[in-house]
Design a protein around this ligand. Structure first.
Ligand SMILES: NC(=O)C1=CN([C@@H]2O[C@H](COP(=O)(O)OP(=O)(O)OC[C@H]3O[C@@H](n4cnc5c(N)ncnc54)[C@H](OP(=O)(O)O)[C@@H]3O)[C@@H](O)[C@H]2O)C=CC1
Ligand SMILES: O=C(O)C1=N[C@H](C(=O)O)C[C@H](O)C1
Length: 266
């Protein structure tokens, strides 16, 4: 299977090239950079720091349309939608790790999934996807008597908040408690907010330094507190998950899938 990476010189792009290089059964078909990047033409392996691999980076998906079967996209919402439309037009599968999509952007991605197979997940690590299962179980057992708060920390460059993972954790917990996250989420309290309401799910965000990604979900009541915590210490955990998703897509029909499908956790 030939995999293309767009955003090839980004934090995730370089890890994705490395993960593809190290994986069995997949090869790097193309590496796509921002048009005008000084790295266009450079060897993708050298961009990622794994040495020459014989794939010269290009400036647009249209320049490598015949060179890949699946695209991996960890970029920005607007670019992801362009790329998903391109893949739909050319019947290519796509793995989307980009976070921060709003409701209409998610609807546009669902449109693309009518034509091609899409894996879309805010976190591709096995650990986080297992954590989502643990959270559903915890919420079902603990019920409404436990206050739920979600705390996440990421590096200083992250542009969306709360993280896509934190929001998905909130959705999973809300669903297990029979709530709709849109109705009960409270973001970043400040000032005279009044006492906490019983059913709200709070989100707190930290942005600092080089934190790869940490999520902590509290279930707290009078007398005890449970914390379910996931800490990523390397972006390779996300990159390996994305490559696993790309391989899983082989032969899949058009549709919207997530990492719970890829990992058979549903
Ligand atoms: N699902 C998951 O498991 C994970 C998701 N993410 C998400 O992935 C996304 C990217 O994160 P990260 O890698 O840290 O961000 P970066 O900003 O490091 O990477 C984005 C890359 O996209 C490039 N880019 C911008 N415009 C274009 C264009 N027109 N064509 C090609 N490339 C372009 C940027 O180039 P330039 O730098 O030149 O602007 C940059 O290299 C975020 O939404 C993040 O939340 C991150 C980690 C894990
Ligand atoms: O931007 C990041 O870095 C990350 N983003 C994802 C998110 O928003 O949940 C996943 C991971 O935590 C790293």
């Amino acid at each position: 299977m030939r995999v293309a990476v767009i955003g090839a010189s980004g934090r995730m792009g370089k890890n994705l090239i490395t993960a593809i290089h190290e994986a069995q059964g997949v090869s790097l078909g193309a590496a796509v950079l921002k048009p005008g990047s000084s790295l266009v033409g450079a060897d993708a392996g050298e961009i990622a720091g794994v040495g020459k691999i014989g794939v010269a980076a290009v400036a647009a998906l249209a320049d490598c349309v015949d060179d890949f079967d699946v695209l991996i996209d960890f970029t920005s919402p607007s670019l992801t939608l362009e790329n998903a439309a391109f893949c739909a037009k050319h019947f290519k599968a796509i793995v989307v790790g980009t976070t921060g999509l709003n409701e209409s952007e998610k609807a546009a991605l669902n449109e693309a999934a009518l034509q091609s197979a899409v894996v879309f997940a805010p976190n591709m690590s096995v650990g986080v996807n297992l954590t989502l299962k643990l959270l559903a179980t915890a919420a079902q057992i603990l019920g409404d008597d436990y206050d739920v708060e979600i705390v996440e920390a990421h590096h200083r460059h992250k542009v969306d908040s709360p993280s896509g993972t934190a929001l998905r954790m909130g959705e999973v917990v809300a669903e297990a408690l029979g709530r709709n996250l849109k109705d009960c989420a409270v973001y970043g309290r400040e000032g005279l907010t009044g006492a906490r309401t019983q059913k709200e799910i709070g989100f707190e965000t930290i942005r600092a330094g080089d934190v790869v990604g940490e999520h902590s979900v509290w279930f707290a009541t009078e007398g005890e507190r449970i914390e379910i915590v996931h800490k990523a210490s390397s972006r390779m955990t996300f990159a390996k998950g994305a490559v696993r998703a790309a391989r899983w897509l082989e032969g899949k029909s058009a549709g919207m899938y997530d990492m719970q499908d890829v990992l058979d956790l549903k």
